[in-house]
Design a protein around this ligand. Structure first.
Ligand code: WTA
Length: 646
């Protein structure tokens, strides 16, 4: 077992003041344990229902769950009108900041009116409850308005991340059967307008069933126009009535589809529904971040186009009446302190982001955050991949000023909301570990046969009880839903696809996707473990590790590392040092066969390292599909570094 993930050994107890006034205390686990369904029922009551449910959970036909059976509610009403009716219309819902520096402040009253106008516009365009609407947008308020307008009228939104290609958009439009696409002329990225409309034109021309394209003007770029099909948002939406009476929908009415890539080429359309989803995103957002709606300023620094944005920029925060920051652009535009400038400007108190961003900030150096006033921060969050202890400590110290708990939240597009995470007012934090199943969630570590493992062991992560925000199916493909998630250990056990270990205290450490777990001479070694060890070396800023096939050992460990600014000596000596370091840290079995020093790593637009491509390089193969990379030229740079013989 690796020392690198646990060797730090330090614990970070909940700050006293935070613990004393935290939204949830230690007794929450017992409450949830004693009656899980009653616990979730209590959390559902935090929402406003038009009709109460008859039954909390129907699990008679696993893995097809129904939560809050018979209950009715309107999701948009819960996110908007009810706060206005309660006298909070003037509270800011979003401080929006465009990349060029333009800003918009949107109150709950204004957002409610905007959503009503958009809902009326969708109705005028013939969109009906149950219809699918594709949303392909930059990070601007209209994206959220469009999502909520769909929710309000019972249409199902399908947001496609604005960085995806026309191809990806076309296949999703077809699979979902969208009737309308909402887009913009473009958005700002890295200091320049980046077009969106051409990809929509291309995608729609290859699909059937899209009647209209509704276009927000953002960058004022020239756009091609298809008369009769294309409509400007400002022409159609602005003239609508700001009033719309929300209709209550069934708790199991579909809310949205979000595509996520699986192991095959065809992406999976993950379907989320209304009542259970909103219950769990709202409650987790409130409990995990200790959200105080009257005083906190909350910022999920992620794109709305992936699930983190859906659950923790839009639905969770709005259901809880949070004041949020929303930022359009990239962290380095126009300078590397942009995020910190925003934290200072809006007095952000809760920041939620991904480890890859933290490691980028580490690479840029601690002087940058040190130049800003970050004292407003009180809780930090991490999501998307395991956060190595080194990055955790850096985040804690250099952004959190040593005083903010970090909640390392494990969850997936499929789970909809947080599943394993510390609670900031309760948990003694261990850097690098997500630690504890959220109250009301049953997560276990099992062996290959599905037997539950005790403490101090490594295996596979499973969820053994249904949860309110769980995916309901894969859109149009119930069989694939069953096969992918509910067949390995039977129909009542959800197979998450992540490796995990339980340490001696019973805390859970996520070890990355099981397809990222290497097998070297019969030993199971996580890529994350080796990466963690490498990043703990003072010369290394970022590392990605893959298992490349090896004739003797099964797999051999190949590491790609980015050095810190101060350690640009990439000589053979350093590479040897790093190999020895890992060998010492984890054990000789984990000593990388090869270490390549690179300038960049290939990442998807949601920040995940594409290990598949690195494996192609390590195994000297033709590169696979690079279309989801932020920058496909990265791969050429890496290939150029390869020794001719490898
Ligand atoms: C990984 C993002 C370790 C994991 C919300 C999961 C994590 C996949 C963590 C889902 C974390 C996410 N610690 N691993 N805190 N959070 N993951 O669907 O492998 O984009 O299965 O959802 O990311 O990615 P997805």
């Amino acid at each position: 077992m690796s020392e690198s993930t646990g060797s730090e050994g330090r614990r970070f107890p909940a700050p006293e003041q935070l613990a004393a006034s935290a939204n949830v205390g230690p007794d929450v686990y017992e409450q949830a344990e004693s009656d899980r369904l009653a616990f979730w029922e209590t959390q559902a009551r935090r929402l406003s229902w038009t009709q109460e449910w008859d039954e909390v959970l129907d699990w008679t036909d696993p893995p097809f769950a129904k939560w809050f059976v018979g209950g009715k509610l309107n999701v948009a009403y819960n996110c908007l009108d009810r706060h206005v009716e309660a006298g909070h219309g003037d509270q800011v819902a979003y401080h929006w900041e465009g990349e060029p520096g333009d800003t918009r402040t949107i109150t709950y009253a204004q957002l409610t009116e905007d959503v009503c106008r958009a809902a009326n516009a969708l109705l005028e365009l013939g969109v009906q409850a149950g219809d699918r609407v594709a949303i392909y947008m930059p990070m601007i308020p209209e994206t959220i308005v469009a999502m909520l307008a769909c929710a309000r009228i019972g249409a199902v939104h399908m947001v496609v991340f604005g960085g995806f290609s026309a191809d990806a958009l076309a296949s999703r439009i077809t699979d979902a059967g969208a009737v309308l696409v909402v887009t913009a002329d473009g958005g700002y990225r890295r200091g320049a307008p980046s077009a969106l409309k051409p990809a929509v034109d291309d995608a729609v021309s290859r699909t059937e069933g899209v009647r209209n394209v509704l276009v927000v003007r953002r960058t004022e770029q020239d756009v091609e126009w298809t008369e009769g099909r294309d409509l400007w948002w400002h022409d159609v939406v602005d003239r609508q009535s700001p009033e719309h009476t929300p209709e209550a929908f069934d708790a199991e009415h579909p809310l949205y589809i979000m595509y996520t890539s699986g192991t095959t080429a065809k992406p999976k359309g993950i379907l989320h529904t209304s009542g259970g989803y909103l219950t769990q995103v709202a409650y987790t957002h409130w409990a995990t971040f200790d959200l105080k709606p009257d005083t906190d300023v909350y910022w999920t620094a992620a794109d709305v186009g992936w699930v983190t944005g859906h659950s923790y920029i839009v639905y969770g925060p709005l259901a809880n009446r949070a004041t949020s920051v929303m930022y359009e652009g990239t962290p380095e535009t126009p300078h590397r302190g942009r995020w910190f400038e925003l934290i200072e400007k809006y007095r952000v108190s809760i920041l939620y982001t991904a480890p890859t961003v933290i490691r980028t900030f580490m690479k840029w150096g601690e002087d940058i955050p040190a130049g800003f006033d970050l004292t407003s921060l009180r809780v930090l969050g991490s999501v998307g991949e395991p956060i190595n202890p080194e990055a955790w400590l850096w985040y804690h110290q250099n952004i959190g000023g040593g005083r903010c708990p970090i909640v390392d939240t494990w969850w997936q597009t499929e789970t909809g909301a947080h599943m394993i995470t510390p609670l900031p007012g309760v948990t003694d934090l261990k850097p690098g570990s997500a630690q504890t199943p959220f109250p009301g969630i049953s997560a276990k570590v099992v062996d290959d046969e599905g037997n539950e493992l005790g403490d101090d062991s490594t295996g596979l992560l499973v969820l053994t009880q249904p949860w309110p925000s769980m995916l309901r199916t894969i859109w149009g493909d119930d069989d694939r839903y069953v096969d992918t998630y509910w067949s390995r250990f039977g129909k009542e056990v959800y197979f998450a696809g992540d490796g995990a270990k339980k340490d001696a205290d019973g805390d859970i450490w996520l070890l990355g996707r099981v397809d990222d777990v290497m097998n070297v001479s019969g030993h199971r070694i996580s890529t994350t473990e080796v990466e963690s060890s490498l990043v703990a070396h003072p010369a290394v800023a970022e590392a990605a590790v893959v298992g490349a096939s090896d004739p003797t050992t099964g797999q051999g460990i190949v590491a790609f590392v980015i050095l810190r600014g101060s350690a640009q000596d990439s000589g053979e000596d350093l590479v040897q040092q790093l190999r020895t370091h890992v060998s010492k840290d984890i054990g000789p079995i984990a000593k990388p066969r090869q270490i390549m020093v690179v300038q960049e790593l290939p990442k998807t637009r949601s920040g995940k390292i594409m290990r598949r491509l690195l494996r192609d390089v390590a195994e000297n193969r033709e590169l696979g599909d690079v279309t989801t990379l932020t920058d496909s030229s990265v791969m050429n740079l890496i290939k150029d570094k390869l020794p001719a013989t490898s």
